[in-house]
Ligand binder design. Sequence first.
Ligand code: E4P
Length: 230
Amino acid sequence: MIFFPFNSIAYAMKIFLDTADLKDIRRAAEAGLIDGVTTNPTLLARASGGEDAKEIFRQIAEMVDGPVSAEVVGLDADTMLAEGRRLAALHPNIVIKVPLTEDGLKACRQLRSEDIGVNVTLCFSPTQALLAAKAGATFISPFVGRLDDISSDGMQLISQIRQIYDNYGMDTEILVASVRHPQHVVEAALMGADCATIPPKVLWQLMKHPLTDLGIEAFLEDWKSMGQEL
Ligand code: E4P
């Protein structure tokens, strides 16, 4: 019988990888560390090396067993809808990322009515998050690092959105974005965020502790002194 170690987890914070770099995505997916991927035009420009963006989305979606956010670039609702429908048709894992604007919310409502997943991005205030949930967003992406960058408190926004969504039983998932360091991830989990999207560098940092490395070194020294094999 195979022991499945996750039986007792009712619901844990999901971890998404915030990148379009296929090598990092493959590494994290193969280690079973991620539940999805988020991309944006900046991340694509960094990783694409001239390859067609739609092809990159398709490859990511094949690699990952979970939602893969692909962002529209149109600014009016009709263009967002046309782009969103084309992207959604690439793979069932694709979720459409729209900006938190009037047109973005309009497109969100329509895409959701067509049963297409939507991630409303570039959220910086609780009122924006409330409107996204009312438009039926699957995910809301509050950018905590960019708020911290301008001396605001990014994590306080997460706590406010959590309370508002809980007050009204809104099921839009809070996807903590613009994560800069492991402490953002700790606080997101303490506040009950549904997901955090994390750059590869921060994901690797989540696993590291100097005492783990020192402990392995000391155990191996002692094992070697026994001169045995397992
Ligand atoms: C989220 O979906 C965005 O891609 C991302 O988290 C933005 O992060 P940044 O502020 O580091 O660019």
